[in-house]
Design a protein around this ligand. Sequence first.
Ligand code: CP
Ligand code: NVA
Length: 304
Amino acid sequence: MKRDFLTLLDVSPSELAYLVQRAEDMKQQPKPGHCPLLGKSVGLLFEKASTRTRVSFEVGIYELGGQSIFLSPRDVHLSRGEPLSDTARVLSRYLSGLVVRTYSQETIEILAREADIPVINALTDLAHPCQALADLLTMKENVEDLAGTRVTYLGDGNNVANSLIIGCAMMGMHLTVACPEGYDPDPDFLDKGVRLAEESGGSVRMSRDPREASTGADFLYTDVWTSMGQEEESERRRKDFAPFQLNSERLSDAGGRAKILHCLPAHRGEEITDDVIDHPQSVIFDQAENRLHTQKALLEWIIE
Ligand code: CP
Ligand code: NVA
């Protein structure tokens, strides 16, 4: 039976812990003796822009012995009306896995249902599970134990926040998500996160007060206020999110010792200030590097 990775809910908490640990091991030993993707090809079907996800997948696939084939909508017949189902069935005859970045979760669900090969979500409007893997590895590198660690996410309850909720909940962490009204995370992810956290000894809660939410945090995390596809809302969003900026005040609310996370790309001066992104406690560029290691662990596990 093939496995897909469409959201973090496709893995159990113990599988998630395994993937993060395996990524940490692979990071220590980047060129292992075996090549789990030797002779295999992995497709990257991307309908949105990407710097980190595309490059880290392509490099990771190469380092595991395989080859990647990048497919933009312009290159394939999807944009000319070939059904998703036919595309998935045909690509399954050539490839060993398909990594997809698209808009609706339904698109990736159809591809996964029709494909005989593992399908990996490289970002949809709903979820960004590959990002959450790297977020967890980055936090693990900076604490004794993920369980009990306090994380505050400030800003938009978007794809990155939805996946962070599930990841933190599964690992027994305490997550506070501070959003302005009208920008909450997906209610289903929030409910599932609360339930998973109850089982793991962690917690997930919402706040409307960025100051209160940041108090005592071990990690402060933010993402852009305007995600890909929402560009026409950006002016309104800039106003609505202004009090939720990750800046030096939030860092001092946290007690001055919090580490800083951002999935990137950042709009410097908008959701995060320059001094915070470049602060000695920022682990943002480690977080970007960790996309490579966590995706290698995922590819090895899901394809091999
Ligand atoms: N964080 C992230 O997914 O970055 P890209 O959009 O550059 O892939
Ligand atoms: N929330 C952002 C993440 C980009 C990596 C977006 O969807 O554009």
